[in-house]
Design a protein around this ligand. Structure first.
Ligand SMILES: Cc1ncc(COP(=O)(O)O)c(C=O)c1O
Length: 375
């Protein structure tokens, strides 16, 4: 690894404790935080420089002619061999806003949207707040899609919010699985919305399959927010498949918030000039996912570790520790280390915890020491 840039080696623990973001401020200062999806890395240099230029010139207006959609289309083509149709993409304020708006437009009021649990908690909360009913279809024991369960859950539903790749745990759905999803959705007359925010973070030994490459009826939501850790300045792109029914027209007839100008600029630069940084970050995350496996095997072998195929949001099966439904609460109280609580991810979350490995090996090692010390 000589000479490679490691984005997670730049900031010390003291530097990180100067941050005022949720990850570093939600818990008291004696807690080591490895929970919410923020990276312990500086911004990619091209993004930082673009933002500095905006600040320096006071260029802080409404979104102008930033080639956000074109930059994404070029990234998608080069990364995944998929060519989204630029005229069928729409910019949204954030991924959550994008998938919520798309589903509200596609699903009748009060209608049912299926999610595959355990899954990112805002898959429930925002849809419920928007008046939709969320129905769970559990993943199998290996965190893969259970197509039989999905078939049953889709009966009578109007929407399916797919997480591709899946958070938590990083499952990368295969082309065969996604084709089966598309067939089920067509049979049940269900609109699939695929949240693909984690797509840039797929490790080399797996292949990301864009949902729209198997289902022309689908709608996908993309963003650079996770790959380049840009939660502070969100933006997202909805991509409507060529046969997404009335999808695009219905969406266009509604009122939707778009991204801020700075959000669109940051993500445009990420897709076009941030690719080397992303490759470096992924190489460090790849090292970390294996490091976590060996640290747990050595210090807490009772935790079943699921090696992620993508993302830095790793799912830990702690049931053998006998700590009850919420082991993260025990790690926090006794070990002063913050992970996400498994039960917040819905059915299948009890006895589990999610850990964020987008940090330095030293912090990861300290976290596992604290987990071990809490037992
Ligand atoms: C699957 C998934 N979707 C959406 C988001 C949030 O996206 P945004 O901040 O653009 O709403 C996250 C953040 O971690 C996520 O994991």
């Amino acid at each position: 690894m000589t000479g490679r840039f490691d984005p997670f080696a730049v900031l010390s623990l003291d530097d990180l404790r100067e941050r005022h973001s949720a990850k570093w401020r939600h818990y008291p200062a004696d807690v080591l935080p490895l929970w919410v999806a923020e990276m312990d890395a500086p911004l990619a240099a091209p993004i930082a420089e673009a933002l500095q230029r905006l600040v320096a010139t006071g260029d802080a207006g409404y979104p102008g002619d930033t080639p956000y959609r074109e930059a994404f289309a070029s990234f998608a083509s080069d990364s995944w061999g998929w060519d989204p149709v630029v005229t069928r993409t729409r910019a949204a304020a954030s991924v959550i806003a994008g998938y919520t708006d798309a589903l509200v437009e596609a699903v009748p009021a009060g209608g049912t949207v299926v999610v595959t649990s355990p899954v990112y908690p805002p898959f429930y909360s925002y849809l419920q707040q928007a008046g939709l009913t969320v129905r769970e279809s559990p993943l199998d024991a290996n965190l893969r899609l259970d197509l039989g369960a999905l078939d049953e859950a889709l009966a009578g539903a109007s929407g399916f919010l797919l997480c591709n790749p899946h958070n938590p745990g990083g499952t990368v759905h295969t082309r065969a699985e996604l084709k089966a999803v598309a067939q089920l959705a067509a049979r049940h007359g269900v609109q699939v919305v695929s949240d693909e925010i984690h797509a840039p973070l797929v490790y080399e030994d797996s292949t990301f399959v864009p949902y729209l490459s198997v289902d022309p009826r689908g709608i996908a939501v993309h963003a650079a927010s996770k790959g380049w850790s840009l939660a502070a300045i969100p933006a997202a792109l909805l991509v409507f498949g060529p046969d997404a029914g009335a999808g695009l027209a219905t969406y266009d007839s509604g009122k939707h918030h778009g991204p801020t100008y700075w959000g669109a600029v940051a993500q445009t630069v990420a897709y076009s000039e941030g690719r080397e940084w992303l490759a470096d970050a992924l190489a460090s995350l790849d090292r970390n996912r294996h490091l976590l496996g060996s640290l747990l095997a050595e210090h807490v072998p009772a935790i079943r570790y699921h090696l992620p195929a993508s993302t830095y949001l790793v799912w830990l099966d702690c049931r053998e520790l006998g700590l009850g439904d919420d082991p993260a609460a025990v790690f926090l109280e006794r070990g002063r280390v913050a992970l996400n609580s498994g039960p917040t991810f819905g059915a299948g979350g009890a006895g589990h915890a999610r850990i964020n490995i987008a940090t330095s090996p030293a912090i990861l090692t300290e976290a596992v020491d604290r987990i071990a010390a809490s037992l």
